[in-house]
Design a protein around this ligand. Structure first.
Ligand code: ADP
Length: 344
């Protein structure tokens, strides 16, 4: 059985074709710069066209969908109602859900008979309890406006959980770990007995760890100060926090490979701030979990930077905890979930 995985970003499309079971990769493609000026690919439809996919040989298509809100607690077979709900969630993920829907629509147009499955970035975190997901704001903001922690990178954290459990020789439902997905976007997850019990990204992917160009946790009053005293408008603040902060804001670049090599104060400070934030989350999650089987490092930085891993683990308390380096594979997790949905 051949299952394709499509991951539509706002300006990119990843395509992977698997032979299942066994998850042998038959084809792997990346189309970038979709819809950008001077690009030959105007939209996701053209991106798929450019790959000359033979849909008649494909048995199912799995889509990464960023926001499933509270509605989707796991992966689902896509029908009109599912598409409607993903569309309703656009205000919560204005950049991502429209691109994900475009991918679904393209396949529907090209091969309406192929079952399609939506795999949500948020679904893994729907096991969070209220004390983890409700912000200490007026409760009406949650009830009436859906403002709560959703968490993201769920497919990656789920993949890391399964791989870590296998490495530890434990059943998934008995595994207690802290997973660190450290890429350009970064998040931590406390996993208790195989379920996400807290995670660092929140209402949006902006909260939590110091990222490539996102600030992570800050005092929300800074936003008000920027608005009132520096007369910066909402779009400008959005740009400042999401695109001009984090490692980039602190030291002028976000590639950890380069920052590691630099000897200047700004680079050292950026690393110090990033490492300290990771340690703060680990500390908090150790208290929540009580028993921690391992700390799992993943993502471009977690998988490749022994410097960051050593800096994080260089601590009297953490020294006694097992750390694992695991390559995350979101497409593999998606294709496995597709198979589960198709079996039902
Ligand atoms: P994305 O979130 O865009 O998928 P990745 O998971 O690919 O990001 O991670 C990108 C980050 O990984 C970059 O900051 C890059 O510097 C870092 N990285 C990749 N390779 C290395 C390496 N060998 N050493 C240190 N950092 C690395």
């Amino acid at each position: 059985m051949k299952i394709a995985v499509i991951n539509c970003g706002s300006s990119s499309l990843k395509f992977k074709l698997f032979e299942m079971p066994g998850a042998k990769v038959l084809r792997s493609e990346l189309v970038e710069h979709i819809g950008e000026p001077n690009s030959s690919v105007a939209n996701h439809f053209e991106a798929i066209e450019s790959l000359h996919v033979n849909f008649s040989e494909i048995d199912a298509v799995g889509h990464r969908v960023v926001h499933g809100g509270e509605k989707f607690r796991g992966s689902v077979l896509i029908d009109d109602a599912v598409v409607q709900t993903i569309r309703k969630l656009i205000p919560l993920a204005p950049l991502h859900n429209p691109a994900n829907l475009e991918g679904i629509e393209v396949v529907r147009q090209k091969a309406s008979n192929i079952p399609q499955i939506a795999v949500f970035d948020t679904a893994f975190h729907t096991t969070l309890k209220k004390e983890a997901f409700v912000y200490a704001l007026s409760y009406a903001l949650y009830e009436k406006h859906d403002i709560r922690r959703y968490g993201f990178h769920g497919t990656s954290h789920a993949c890391l959980l399964h791989k870590a459990a296998a490495l530890l020789g434990k059943k998934v439902q008995e595994t207690n770990i802290i997973t660190l997905h450290l890429g350009n976007g970064a998040s931590a997850c406390a996993i208790k007995k195989g379920k996400s019990c807290d995670t660092s990204m929140g209402f949006t992917p902006l909260e939590g760890l110091v990222m490539g160009s996102r600030c992570g946790d800050i005092d929300p009053a800074i936003v008000l100060y920027l608005q009132k005293s520096l007369h910066v408008n909402a779009e400008e603040i959005d740009e400042m926090l999401n695109k001009k902060s984090g490692l980039l804001g602190l030291c002028g670049e976000n590639d950890v490979r380069n920052i590691e090599k630099r000897t200047d104060e700004a680079a050292k400070m950026a690393m110090d701030i990033m490492v300290r934030r990771i340690q703060k989350y680990i500390g908090a999650y150790m208290v929540l979990l009580e028993d921690v089987d391992a700390i799992v490092f993943s993502g471009g930085i977690g998988e490749n930077s022994s410097y960051v891993r050593e800096r994080v683990m260089n601590n009297k308390i953490l020294k006694n905890i097992k750390s694992l380096v695991i390559k995350t594979d979101e497409e593999l997790q998606i294709v496995n979930e597709c198979l589960e949905v198709l079996k039902k």
